[in-house]
Structure formats: C-alpha cells, structure tokens
Design a protein. Structure first.
Lengths: 256, 258, 175
C-alpha cells in the first residue's frame, strides 16, 4: 500500500461529508482498517468526534475493574470434568494393585496385569454415560458430537491409563496392551446397543468373574493373557472398531 | 477486512418454512409421545403449549435432532444435512446439565466450540451472548456459585452464541423470578427474524412474547394460530383467569371430547 | 511504539494503561466509522461503550485465537455486531436511525486507486445506492445477510436480492 489518504480526504470523511463519493468511502474504509498511520492522521482531523470520544472514555473507566484472569478450559475439548473422578479412581486402583503385587508372594499372578485390560473401561463409560455426563443432552445436540468427539475423549482416557499400566506392569509390558484396547473398543461398541454404563458394568463383572477370579484362585496366569491369544484379541478389536464406526450416529442422539 | 461474500450466502431461500413436519411420530420410551404432528413454522416466536405429558419435550427434542423420528417427515432448514442444521441451531433442554466448575464464559466457549464456530469468532460471540442475557458482571463466576435463574440465563447464552436460525427453548423461564422473566421476554422480542420455538406451560409468557401458538395434547396438535385466536376460542364459562387461559381450557376440552 | 495487536495482548493481562492507549488510538476512527452508519450519536456512544467493555473482558480470547489477525479488524467485528444489536432493540419502538445517503459525488475527488482499481471504483460509483449499501454492509463491514437486514431495516429476502443484483451489475460493468 503505497498511497495514503490526503488530509483533505480524511477531513471530509471525518465530517461525514455527504458529497464524498461512495467508492471513495469504500476504498478509504478498507485502507483505514490496515493503516495505523492514516488512522492516527484521521484522529487529528476528526475534531468533531473528540468530545464524544472523551465522554465515552469517562463512562467506560469505572467498569474496567481488574479483569479476572481466566484460563480457557482448553482441556475440556479432550476430557469432560465428569471423567476426572473416574480416571482418578482408576489411578488409585492401579496404585493399590501395584502395592499389592509387591507385598504378595510370587505364585499369585500380578494383580496389576489382571486389571490392565479393564482399566480404561471406567474412564470411557464416564465420558459417555448419560447419568455421569451432566451436559449429555446439550453435547449430543451439537454438530461436533459423533465419532470425532468419541475418539478424542477415548484418546484422552488411553493417554492417562496406558502409561499408568505400563508402569504398574513393567515386567510384562505387552501382554495387556491389545486386550486393553480391545476392551476400550468393546465398551463403546456394546454401549451403542445397551448403553455405556450397562456395557461397562457387564464387561467389568464378566472379566472379574470369568478371568480374574479363577486366575487368583488357581494362582496361574489366565490363558487369555498368554501371547497365543493375541490373535483373538486383534479380532475382537477389529470387530469392535467396525461396529463403532457403523453405529457412530448413536453418539449424536440422546441415550435412552 | 473486506470479506468475500459467497454465492450460496445470497442465493434465494429455497424453503418456505424453517421447520416443516408432516405426520411426525416420535417415541419416548415405549410410548408414542408425538403421534402424527403437522407443523409449518417460519420466522417469529412460536409458543408451544400443552399439559404435562402432552409430548412437548419429545417434540422439541425431535426438532433439535437428538431424537430420531419413528415416522413421518421432518425437514429443518429445507432439508439441510444434520450437521449443517446443528451448526445453525440453538437448543436449551428443560433440565439442562452443566459442568459446575466451569465459569459462565468457559461454558459458553465450550458450547461454541462444540457447535463448530470458527475459532476466531468465538471470543467476540461469547461476550456478545453473555451481554445479551445480562450476565456480564458474572461472566467469570463459576456456574456452581450462581442462582438457578442465572444458570438458566447462561443456558440461553449458549443457545444463542452461534446466532442460530432456529432456536428451541424448553421451559426457559422455569426458576426465573418475574423481573428475569420480563427481561427474557424482551430478549425474545428481539428475535423475530429467526424461528424460535418456546415450550412452556406459563400462559402469560406466551401471551406477552409469542406471535403464534401451537397447542399440543396427547401427542397431537389441537390448535395452531395467532395468540389472539387462542384467546378468542374461550368463553366466560371456561375455567381460567385470563382470555388465553380460557381459550386454552376450551380447546383442550374440545380435543378431549373428540 | 507497540502496535494494536501487542496492546490487545497486554489488555488481556489486565493492563489498564495499555487499554487506555488502545482506546485513544482507535476510538476516533471507530467513532467516525460508526457515525457514517448511524445518525444518532447516542446510539453510537452506546455501541462504543459496549464494544470497548467487551474488548476489556474478552481480550484474552482474541490474543489466544488469532495470531495473524488484525486487532482493529477484530474491534470492528465487535462494534458492527453491537450496532446491529442496538438497531434491533430500537427497531422494536422506533425507526432505525440510518445515516444519510451520499448525494452525487463532487467533481474534484481524487482516486485512492491502489486499493480499489479505477474500473471497480467507477463500477461501484454507478451502482444504485440501495445495492451499494447492501454490498458495503456485507463486504466492507463483514455482516451476514441477517445482520445486514437488521441494519438497513429491510427483509432478508430483499438483502439477498439486492446483493445478487449488485454482483450482477458489477460483473457486467467490469466485463
């Protein structure tokens, strides 16, 4: 922008001169939005508005109380506040399992390892359960609701839970990772049919009763956590992912 | 900054009604709560009246696209895609839940983000919405510290933050004191250029702010027309303390008698 | 001397001196621009008050959101929308206080040809006033169809029709 407005032009603009051509006004206004120099010169020519400007400042000043420093809750776009207590509970249980493993004699299988697959289920349920997310209906009605939001929140859960579990079961890192992901996806998939809370409760009690209980009683690692079973877990993961993808619209509606 | 005006923006509107429903049926649990509703609503403030259990909330939820209709047709904004409709929709449910530790501003910003507003527009739009509902001096207070009426105003702010073309309010004046209700009616009177549906069972709110009224009973539309016509439908013998209440009772009785 | 964007960032941190400086630098420009759209100085005062208070409160959001954006452009988007809100409130009771239409241009106007090319400038000048008003509100002021309708006091359909006619006329004039 090489050419600037002349003082006469600015004066005519400032005085709301009706003979100023419309295309001139257009060009001038566009120019003024990007040129601080011309704005400053306009201020000197705009003596007519000076009293108005001073008056307005006087009326604004009393309302400029020290502004509260507000941290924008950007974290909320990843995890809702409702999820936080459940993630905290998961962390606490993991800690307890870790301590229990250190205290209990070797023949017992690692409690942390047994818990690892179902660790994310509570967090995932908290992200979607109608009873747990107070803003459920509001969120479901928005354009962003849907698979994208589901994946974001699930990622937030996994980001918290997986490192926790990795630390708690550092002797056998990979046995539980695929089962963990499979359970995450299964909670979402099943949740689309019977509701996330019911799905979560069902999966957790099922795992506790059918796998954890017998494993602790027989003091042997369950066969489903052996490397040979990985293929089955992959199948569950893929099937669950397909179901979630196909039924993605359930997250854009009010859960019944 | 000069902006580019797209052709789509100035194309003539192809639809006559923002909300167009034919034979709409919506289930709530086992019941068919909305049972064959015909509705054609254009811009203006429309009141949705009816006794408890008439299906008002279910109808509003169907209009907000959070409930899938079980039958009939529903065209919003001329049959636009659900995502487009939701971007231009504002919804305040009856028992709207919120995150207690959020401040008013954070809550409205979060909802603005969820409504996929352009990131640069959000702070200005949030401030404008907060100012319109008169919560400016409490904008940075946590929601749990606010009274019920103020929380509801924050709810209204999130509903209008994206400058919606359709605004759905389910019992928005519940818990508001008379002064707040008057302010709310003033807010409604400013919105005659968009399609507003206000579901309420407070007849005076309807009388003061609505251009026309839809009376719902047992899932069906019993009356749709101007507020004056509703008032004219009642006679001295019908129960009620005002012409509109009398008209309301008269039409409900007539509907039940059929 | 800090530019306006830097000032807004300081305002976001609660710096009242920066806020006053921002005001002194931008208020004259804003006042003049608003007065060209609204004949009622009281409404202009109201709008400016609301705008700067909104800036004081919402500056944090601007500083975070737009890295390349212009602070003055942001200021205008807030002011324009507050102006529309004010007109909407007034339209309920009285007629909207629009500014006067410019009469035929004086002969000795110089061209600001770098910004608007000569041909475009001439084409704009030849547009019927009501068409140019709509175009100005939408392109220069950045308003939506609905906001333009409220500002000019005409129905939305009319705004759209005029915008289309203006476009057509401009295209014809420039071809």
């Amino acid at each position: 922008m090489t050419q600037h407005a002349s003082p006469q032009l600015l004066r005519r603009y400032a005085d709301s001169d009706p003979t100023l051509a419309a295309d001139m006004v257009w060009a001038l206004e566009v120019h003024l939005e990007s040129c601080a120099n011309c704005r400053a010169r306009l201020a000197t020519e705009a003596s007519a508005v000076a009293p108005l400007v001073d008056e307005i400042w006087a009326s604004i000043v009393p309302d400029t109380t020290p502004a509260a420093v507000h941290r924008t809750r950007r974290l909320a776009v990843w995890a809702t506040p409702a999820m936080v207590p459940w993630l905290a509970m998961t962390a606490l249980i993991t800690l307890i399992a870790l301590v229990a493993d250190r205290l209990v004699a070797p023949p017992y299988p690692s409690l942390a390892l047994l818990l690892a697959p179902i660790a994310p289920v509570a967090g995932v349920a908290a992200a979607w359960a109608r009873g747990l997310d107070p803003a459920h209906e509001l969120v479901a009605a928005t354009p962003r609701a849907g698979l994208y939001l589901v994946l974001r929140r699930t990622l937030a859960v996994l980001v918290v839970v997986i490192p926790l579990m990795a630390v708690a079961t550092w002797t056998s890192p990979l046995r539980w990772l695929l089962p963990c992901l499979a359970f995450t996806v299964a909670t979402l998939a099943l949740g689309g049919f019977v509701g996330v809370s019911r799905a979560a409760v069902g999966l957790v009690t099922g795992w506790a009763a059918l796998v954890m209980g017998p494993s602790l009683v027989s003091q042997r690692l369950p066969s489903v956590l052996e490397p040979a079973a990985l293929g089955a877990w992959v199948a569950v993961l893929v099937a669950g992912a397909v179901v979630v993808r196909l039924r993605a619209t359930v997250y854009t509606r009010l859960a019944t | 900054m000069p902006r580019v005006v797209s052709a789509a923006e100035i194309a003539p509107t192809t639809y006559p009604f923002e909300i167009h429903a034919r034979g709409l049926k919506v289930r709530a649990g086992r019941r068919m709560a909305v049972d064959g509703v015909d509705l054609s609503l254009t811009t203006g403030v429309h009141g949705l009246l009816g006794p408890n259990g008439a299906g008002k909330t279910t109808l509003i939820r169907a209009l907000a696209t959070v409930l899938r209709p079980a039958g009939g047709e529903l065209d919003l904004l001329g049959g636009a895609s659900q995502r487009d409709v939701r971007r231009r929709l504002g919804y305040l449910p009856q028992d709207f839940g919120f995150y207690r530790r959020f401040t008013v501003r954070e809550f409205v910003e979060y909802m603005a983000w969820l409504k996929e507003m352009p990131k640069a527009d959000i702070p200005g739009a949030v401030q404008r919405a907060i100012d319109r509902v008169d919560l400016t001096d409490r904008a940075d207070a946590r929601l749990k510290t606010l009274s019920g009426g103020m929380v509801r105003r924050a709810g209204i702010a999130q509903a209008i933050v994206n400058d919606p073309a359709i605004l759905l309010l389910d019992e928005p004046t519940a818990g508001l004191d008379p002064a707040q209700r008057m302010h709310f009616r003033g807010l409604l009177r400013d919105m005659t250029d968009i399609c507003v549906v206000v579901s309420t069972h407070l007849v005076e709110d309807v009388a003061a702010a609505c251009t026309d009224v839809v009376l719902l009973n047992e899932g069906r539309v019993v009356f749709q027309g101007a507020t004056e016509a509703l008032a004219a439908a009642g006679t001295e013998t019908d129960p009620g303390d005002s012409p509109i209440e009398r008209g309301y009772s008269a039409l409900l009785a007539k509907g039940a008698a059929r | 001397m800090p530019d306006e964007e830097e000032l807004v960032r300081l305002v976001a941190r609660g710096d009242r001196a920066a806020f006053e400086q921002l005001y002194r630098r931008t208020a004259p420009w804003l006042a003049v621009r608003l007065r060209r759209r609204c004949a009622d100085d009281q409404v202009v005062a109201e709008v400016m008050q609301e705008t700067y208070l909104a800036v004081w409160r919402a500056a944090g959001g601007f500083a975070g959101a737009t890295v390349n954006g212009s602070a003055v452009g942001w200021l205008w988007t807030i002011a324009a929308r507050r102006l529309v809100d004010a007109f909407r409130r007034r339209a309920r009771d009285t007629v909207a206080p629009l500014a006067e239409e410019p009469v035929s241009p004086a002969a000795e106007d110089e061209a600001l040809s770098d910004v608007v090319g000569d041909e475009v400038g001439v084409a704009l000048g030849r547009l019927a006033p009501e068409l140019r008003q709509v175009l100005q509100a939408m392109v220069v002021d950045g308003l939506t169809v609905r906001e333009t309708a409220t500002l000019l006091g005409v129905p939305e359909g009319t705004v759209k029709t005029r915008a289309r006619r203006a476009r057509l006329a401009m295209r014809e004039a420039l071809s």
